[in-house]
Design a protein around this ligand. Sequence first.
Ligand SMILES: Cc1ncc(COP(=O)(O)O)c(C=O)c1O
Length: 404
Amino acid sequence: MKSSRRSFLEAGLGLPVVLNAAPSFAGVLQSSETPAVKDSSFDPWIEIFPGNLRHNVQEIVRRAGSRPILAVIKNNGYGLGVTNVAQILDPQPEVFGFAVVKFHEAVSLRDAGVRKPILLLGPFDEINLADCVARNIMPMVYTPLGPALDKIAAKTQKPVPLHICIDTGIGRVGVPYHEAAPLVRDLASRKSVQIQGTMMTFTEDFDFDKEQLRRFNELCSSFESQGIALGRKHAASSFTLFQHPDAFLDMVRPGMAIYGIYSENEFRHTNVMELRPAVSLKARVIYVKKLRKGDSAGYNRAYLAKDDVWIATLPVGHADGWPRTAAKGAKVRINGQLYPVIASVSASHCIAEIGNQECVKIGDVATFFDSQLGSRPEDVSESCGASVYDLTMHLNPLLPRRII
Ligand SMILES: Cc1ncc(COP(=O)(O)O)c(C=O)c1O
């Protein structure tokens, strides 16, 4: 089959409806200084489904007994684009606010007009802290920051709202629960501080989570019995939503479930929440050819054709966020059929094995993952061992995001 790139573009062959949709571009692509889109139609793109995001929020509300949701949208909104996700979820009354890790993400949300509370889970210095306060971004605190908070509050003449992070066993950030008392008492005693929340993170080890919750509850009760107001207590990620209803506390704090993806494959087979993937990765076939028996494909000749076989080259590689392990069992959907990814995933390409018929042509749309059974992110994860977190969070921020 002969089809040059130019003739394909001129003929507009097979252009999907999505190209007619008003594209929305995340992060740097939203800058007004960015020139009009220059992507060739063969370059990969990411589709975002706001209807599914809203559906998943409703499922979480149903599961969490109407508790408010602090939506975790860190790491570029799990790949969907941090401002895209926030702007879609901002009007949802069930979404109390947003949590991010990177300071610049918090700032970009305010710059994009997001008005709901923002919690910064990540690190900051004193200058960042003053910027946070100026932009109404709440810091997550676990070190003796009292004097710095006093200085800022003296300038603004308002207490600084913040959340305190307690480490009950994850050993990452947070003041260790057995050393937390002096810090919490110090913060609570300052006029410069308004404790709006107190939080912890589970290790997601089912049994140890129970011990973590016991530590947290005991500590919080002890503070509260001393008259210390801790604000909203929260701990529940997506895993907790499925596994520990006794840990929903005053607010839930999921990420992955919002994007409609089961954080653990076994959760798919429960009826706890019906989640619909809100993201898909697509690109067009750039080349179709026949390998003869004995021909090879991929670096290190990773694939050797046992017979004559048609293959399709796809312009998506690990630099786009498609994991290298995809060549170990993942499938891509082209024209409704699933085809195995073979050989190796290189930085910008991968190869699908089509079979003994040439049933795919240049320009056909290939879906790497979407919301259909067989090509959901969890299916890709199950087939090749890539984590669903890697599939979404590693999506290259420069790929265009199209809101469908
Ligand atoms: C502190 C914290 N809370 C909540 C979440 C949400 O986790 P998940 O995406 O598994 O729901 C994360 C994500 O890793 C996190 O770091």
